[in-house]
Design a protein around this ligand. Structure first.
Ligand code: LLP
Length: 429
């Protein structure tokens, strides 16, 4: 079922017509379907619960980095989601959105002392520790607060997730986690650190992972290690299996979440461990669109360009990862309408500001609205103000209701964050 259907020639988000929304909030803007993210969350959590059949209770910690908008996080919190956070900012957002601290895991290779202190004060579920020196810091901060901090060791399983090299994280050469060979040293270190307690192991091999075999390999290695440590007397009780399950960006068959859940059940289901997951993209990626208006249709010497009012500052994924996003007109094209090849580009002064090259699209006129699909994850949150462009607002739709859940700041608001020192005189006229 599509959450973005055409009805009477107009594209809708649930029961809200996108052209009406464009009139109301102006372009470009992001729009999210509540029903789509709830459906993805329920399917993910449900598949795991079914596959594990009571052997282990899954805790789904939504990875805020994919889309940290408070209304999005609140929507998932209401379904019972926990949170995976990687900064104090994300932790504060998760708490503000109503996620209880005991459902929050704190990952990331560069946690600062003050972030660790804040997280300990809040009583989070666990830190996923990424290296030996970090263990010392967590221990020291916990000692200052007179508490014992729960941790999981993030293991780098040296598995190739077969995804884009910029978002693969589980190879030996990546900066993440602790190599299996270094685990004995980490355990030795932990023996001397009374203010951290080892609760379990964690892994995250990468993002937009499409094949299940890398997950199978990583989870199998983790299960072996878990058993080994338990046999040595470490009272482990938790496994955090990370996120990374991909989504379809075009018409490829998406990874099968039920099959993923079966891999989980088969590899770690019998350990008796509490299981946590950190999905981001899989929950929100296909729940969001970026909507832009066509400013100009420009027929160059060798190519035709659609210049739209969104740019790489709004959606960086095509520029950064050569990512594909489907693009479709908001006004439905006639079924037999001819297509033409366009480069879809933004107004920013860089050639990389290209959303699509040589893309077949129905004939588009200046003024037409275009929807960029699969923009719910790593879209708005990775936006910037490059070229002094104002960040696009974000809109949440539920049925026929809509709410602007992040407003477009004014130019004055953006400039208000800057200061000109007194010693710089205003230029004389
Ligand atoms: N857990 C950890 C430790 C992570 O590093 C990440 C993503 C996740 C969970 C969530 O992964 P997901 O389920 O969303 O794949 N900006 C890139 C993606 C970067 C992902 C970084 N880490 C993109 O636009 O494709």
């Amino acid at each position: 079922m599509s959450f973005f259907p055409y009805r009477d020639g107009r594209m809708y988000v649930e029961d809200m017509a996108l052209d009406d929304l464009a009139e109301a909030v102006g372009t470009p803007f992001y729009v999210y379907s509540s029903a789509a993210m709830i459906a993805a969350y329920d399917r993910f959590a449900g598949a795991l619960a079914d596959a594990l059949a009571g052997r282990a209770k899954p805790l789904v910690c939504y990875a805020l980095k994919a889309n940290p908008n408070l209304a999005v996080v609140r929507t998932l919190a209401a379904r019972g989601a926990g949170a995976d956070v990687v900064s104090e900012g994300e932790l504060r957002r998760a708490l503000a959105a109503g996620i209880p601290p005991e459902k929050i895991v704190f990952a990331g290779v560069g946690k600062t002392r003050s972030e660790i202190a804040f997280a300990i004060e809040q009583g989070i579920h666990q830190f996923n520790a990424e290296g030996l020196p970090e263990l010392d810091t967590i221990d020291a901060v916990a000692r200052e607060q007179g508490v014992v901090a729960p941790i999981a060791l993030r293991i780098n399983p040296d598995v190739d997730a077969r995804t884009h090299h910029k978002i693969t994280t589980g190879r030996a050469e990546n900066k993440f986690g602790i190599a299996v060979d270094q685990v004995p040293r980490a355990l030795e270190r932990l023996r001397g650190l009374p203010n951290v307690t080892l609760k379990g192991l964690a892994v995250h091999i990468g993002s937009q992972v499409f094949e299940l075999s890398p997950f199978r390999d990583a989870f199998t290695r983790l299960a072996e290690l878990y058993r080994e440590l338990q046999a040595q007397g470490w009272p482990l009780e938790r496994l955090d299996l990370g996120g990374g399950l991909g989504i379809a960006y075009h018409d490829e068959p998406p990874p099968d979440v039920e099959a993923y859940a079966r891999v989980v059940a088969k590899t770690v289901g019998d350990l008796g461990a509490e299981l946590a997951f950190e999905p981001g993209r899989h929950i929100v990626g296909n729940a969001g669109l970026l909507v832009a208006r066509t400013l100009y249709v420009k027929h160059g010497e060798s190519r035709s360009f659609l210049v739209v009012d969104a740019a790489m500052n709004d959606l960086i994924r095509p520029t950064l990862y050569d990512a594909w996003h489907d693009i479709a007109p908001v006004r439905a094209p006639a079924p037999d309408a001819p297509t033409r090849r366009f480069d879809v580009v933004g107004p920013v002064c860089e050639t990389g500001d290209t959303f699509a090259s040589d893309r077949a699209l129905p004939e588009v006129q200046a003024g037409d609205l275009l929807a960029f699909f699969s923009a719910g994850a790593y879209g708005a949150t990775m936006s910037s103000t490059y070229n002094s462009r104002r960040p696009a607002p974000e809109v949440l739709v539920s049925g026929a209701n809509h709410a602007v859940v992040r407003v477009r700041p004014s130019h004055e608001e953006l400039m208000a964050q800057e200061r000109v020192p007194d010693w710089l005189q205003a230029p004389s006229p």
